[in-house]
Design a protein around this ligand. Structure first.
Ligand code: SF4
Length: 371
């Protein structure tokens, strides 16, 4: 499970709070996922997904997502982490059906997503997107009831609408719902606004939440509450979630598995403990090494080189211009040529407890390199 006894480097500074032992809580009545699901297997998957945006201002096309395989199981929470510009938000929007991929496919319940208006409308009942900024997501002229009822109304779910809204608000921790339904967004705290956004998603009875930086705009004091809410929803409703975050503390506190993205590709994926406590890819190690850690006697090491640019993907391994493992090879080491000239195969969606996209992953001695 996500929160364990070990502390990853930097977890105290993540602002997500300690969620160990905080799962559970009162259940509301009438919202259930939109369909009966099998107990195991993928609920959501991308296969060889590519999203290319046209070039602007004389630059070439931007390969924001460049061949990604990733699967989310029923009841599983997967955190997708990486620097700004790595493609994680584009991937999240593709999973939410907001972007049509250039290549590859999104699959829900083992069926490919179609992009007709009717198919997308049905898909969005099951896969709901929660955005970073709840103030921007809510209409300032709409009260809480109308905000939560908007989705069900659009989908023609008008029967027992008040009960549906009450249930969604209760599930989201806004209890008693009667105290909130007539309020407007400016009368709510940031945490309450995000709960309303989540209630709006829940009102459709989805199977999956795709949440793009769901707590990054919130005060540190309420981030843990929203993460705990997502965990509770998984435990009570069996919801799955893909959580996009640049904050490794969020991943530590909430995820079962972590996928690390760099320049449009997944470079490492595995259990939260494997990836955050025993990272194998040099990029994952670099992300973790820049976190503050009072137990480490050396200052954090900045990742060298330019930030990733999806309009100029380097040849060979796309991380090679910044890679500390490559830089540490002895002059003349023939493996350096492999790194500079040979692309690393795209990781499959599954395969063992951990997958690492690095030519030298099996050569690496975890004890030799500092995190
Ligand atoms: Fe670094 Fe080479 Fe591995 Fe790429 S393949 S991450 S350049 S060691």
């Amino acid at each position: 499970m996500a929160a364990a006894d070990d502390d990853p480097p930097g977890s105290a500074g993540a602002g997500a709070g300690d969620l160990a032992g905080t799962r559970g809580g009162p259940a509301a009545a009438s919202i259930v996922p939109a369909q009966t699901r099998p107990a195991a297997g993928n609920v959501l998957e991308v296969r060889d997904l590519t999203v290319v945006f046209p070039g602007r201002r004389g630059r070439g096309p931007a390969r924001a997502v460049d061949g990604v395989n990733l699967a989310v199981d029923h009841g599983e929470i997967v955190a997708l982490i990486g620097e700004s510009g790595c493609g994680k938000s584009t991937l999240a929007r593709s999973l939410a059906g907001l972007i049509s991929p250039t290549g590859g496919e999104v699959r829900y319940e083992d069926k490919p997503l179609r992009y007709s208006a009717a198919a997308l409308r049905e898909y969005r009942r099951h896969v709901q997107l929660v955005l970073q900024d709840p103030a921007g997501a809510l209409n300032p002229r709409q009260n809480v009831f109308d905000a939560v009822a908007e989705g069900p109304r659009l989908h023609g779910l008008r029967r027992d609408l008040a009960a549906r809204v009450d249930s969604a608000l209760s599930r989201s921790g806004l209890r008693p719902p009667g105290q909130f339904v007539a309020r407007y967004p400016h009368e709510l705290s940031g945490g309450q606004q995000q709960r309303v956004v989540i209630a709006g998603a829940l009102a459709l009875g989805p199977s999956v939440l795709v949440a793009d930086e769901p707590v990054s705009s919130l005060d540190a004091s309420v981030r843990g509450e929203i993460l705990k809410l997502i965990l509770d929803l998984r435990d009570q409703l069996g919801l799955s979630a893909l959580i996009v975050s640049h904050d490794l503390g969020v991943a530590w506190n909430i995820a079962d598995r972590v996928a690390v993205m760099y320049l449009g590709r997944i470079v490492e994926v595995g259990t939260v403990a494997d990836v955050l406590l025993r990272p194998e890819h040099p990029y994952t190690r670099a992300l973790i090494s820049v976190l503050p850690d009072s137990r480490r006697d050396r200052p954090p090491a900045a990742l060298p080189g330019e930030p990733p640019d999806p309009t100029a993907i380097p040849p060979g391994c796309r991380f090679h211009p910044r890679c500390p493992r490559l830089a540490a090879l002895a002059p003349g080491d023939p493996r350096a040529r492999l790194c500079r000239e040979s692309d690393v195969p795209v990781l499959p969606p599954r395969g063992g407890s951990r997958l690492v996209a690095c030519h030298l992953a099996e050569d690496a001695d975890p004890m030799r390199e500092e995190r």
